[in-house]
Design a protein around this ligand. Structure first.
Ligand code: FES
Length: 104
Protein backbone atom coordinates (compact mmCIF):
# COMPACT_ATOMS: atom_id res chain seq x y z
CA UNK A 1 0.00 0.00 0.00
CA UNK A 2 1.46 3.31 -1.08
CA UNK A 3 2.53 5.72 0.25
CA UNK A 4 2.79 3.95 3.63
CA UNK A 5 4.75 1.01 2.27
CA UNK A 6 2.67 -1.37 4.40
CA UNK A 7 2.27 -4.88 3.00
CA UNK A 8 -0.05 -7.71 3.95
CA UNK A 9 -1.28 -11.06 2.70
CA UNK A 10 -4.86 -11.36 1.45
CA UNK A 11 -6.68 -14.66 1.03
CA UNK A 12 -8.73 -14.95 -2.19
CA UNK A 13 -12.02 -15.14 -0.23
CA UNK A 14 -11.51 -11.85 1.62
CA UNK A 15 -11.66 -8.30 0.36
CA UNK A 16 -8.62 -6.04 0.51
CA UNK A 17 -10.14 -4.20 3.45
CA UNK A 18 -10.98 -7.41 5.33
CA UNK A 19 -7.45 -8.67 4.78
CA UNK A 20 -5.95 -5.39 5.98
CA UNK A 21 -8.02 -5.53 9.16
CA UNK A 22 -7.07 -9.16 9.78
CA UNK A 23 -3.45 -8.04 9.48
CA UNK A 24 -3.92 -5.33 12.13
CA UNK A 25 -4.38 -2.33 9.85
CA UNK A 26 -7.10 0.28 9.74
CA UNK A 27 -8.58 1.17 6.37
CA UNK A 28 -10.52 4.39 5.69
CA UNK A 29 -14.26 3.64 5.71
CA UNK A 30 -17.55 5.25 6.63
CA UNK A 31 -20.00 2.47 5.71
CA UNK A 32 -17.94 -0.33 7.21
CA UNK A 33 -17.56 -2.22 3.98
CA UNK A 34 -21.10 -2.07 2.60
CA UNK A 35 -19.94 -0.62 -0.71
CA UNK A 36 -21.88 2.60 -0.31
CA UNK A 37 -19.51 5.30 1.01
CA UNK A 38 -16.68 4.99 -1.57
CA UNK A 39 -14.24 6.07 1.17
CA UNK A 40 -12.19 2.89 0.85
CA UNK A 41 -11.28 3.32 -2.78
CA UNK A 42 -7.79 2.65 -4.09
CA UNK A 43 -5.88 3.47 -7.23
CA UNK A 44 -4.19 0.33 -8.50
CA UNK A 45 -0.61 1.00 -9.55
CA UNK A 46 0.41 -2.62 -10.23
CA UNK A 47 -1.47 -5.85 -10.84
CA UNK A 48 -4.95 -4.67 -11.74
CA UNK A 49 -5.34 -7.89 -13.75
CA UNK A 50 -4.81 -9.80 -10.50
CA UNK A 51 -7.96 -8.44 -8.86
CA UNK A 52 -11.40 -10.01 -8.82
CA UNK A 53 -13.97 -9.08 -11.44
CA UNK A 54 -15.98 -5.93 -10.80
CA UNK A 55 -19.55 -6.61 -9.67
CA UNK A 56 -22.43 -4.17 -10.19
CA UNK A 57 -22.22 -2.58 -6.72
CA UNK A 58 -18.51 -1.87 -7.09
CA UNK A 59 -18.97 -0.60 -10.65
CA UNK A 60 -21.50 1.97 -9.46
CA UNK A 61 -18.99 3.17 -6.89
CA UNK A 62 -16.18 3.36 -9.42
CA UNK A 63 -18.40 5.29 -11.81
CA UNK A 64 -19.23 7.81 -9.07
CA UNK A 65 -15.59 8.21 -8.06
CA UNK A 66 -14.25 8.66 -11.58
CA UNK A 67 -17.12 10.79 -12.94
CA UNK A 68 -15.58 14.12 -11.95
CA UNK A 69 -11.91 13.27 -11.65
CA UNK A 70 -9.30 11.28 -13.53
CA UNK A 71 -6.89 9.02 -11.65
CA UNK A 72 -3.49 7.73 -12.69
CA UNK A 73 -4.63 4.11 -12.62
CA UNK A 74 -7.67 1.87 -12.30
CA UNK A 75 -9.90 2.65 -9.32
CA UNK A 76 -11.30 -0.16 -7.14
CA UNK A 77 -13.22 -0.38 -3.88
CA UNK A 78 -11.12 -2.07 -1.20
CA UNK A 79 -14.27 -3.38 0.48
CA UNK A 80 -15.33 -5.21 -2.67
CA UNK A 81 -12.17 -6.22 -4.56
CA UNK A 82 -10.28 -9.43 -3.85
CA UNK A 83 -6.60 -9.87 -4.65
CA UNK A 84 -5.75 -12.95 -6.69
CA UNK A 85 -2.03 -12.21 -6.76
CA UNK A 86 0.46 -9.49 -5.91
CA UNK A 87 -0.84 -5.98 -6.33
CA UNK A 88 0.16 -2.45 -5.35
CA UNK A 89 -2.44 0.19 -4.53
CA UNK A 90 -2.42 3.82 -3.49
CA UNK A 91 -4.51 4.66 -0.44
CA UNK A 92 -3.68 7.31 2.12
CA UNK A 93 -4.82 6.66 5.68
CA UNK A 94 -4.00 2.96 5.87
CA UNK A 95 -2.06 2.45 9.08
CA UNK A 96 -1.48 0.06 11.95
CA UNK A 97 -4.54 -0.12 14.21
CA UNK A 98 -3.33 1.50 17.46
CA UNK A 99 -6.22 0.17 19.53
CA UNK A 100 -5.48 -3.34 18.36
CA UNK A 101 -1.75 -2.95 19.04
CA UNK A 102 -2.39 -1.56 22.54
CA UNK A 103 -4.68 -4.45 23.47
CA UNK A 104 -2.01 -7.04 22.71
S1 FES B 1 -15.99 0.91 2.79
FE1 FES B 1 -17.65 2.09 2.11
S2 FES B 1 -17.63 1.72 -0.02
FE2 FES B 1 -16.00 0.51 0.68
Amino acid sequence: VEPSGLTFHAEPHETLMEAARRNGLTWPTVCGGEGSCRTCFVVVTMGSDRLSQIAALEQRGIDDITRSRAYEGPVRLACQAHALGDIVVKRRGVRPDRALAESE
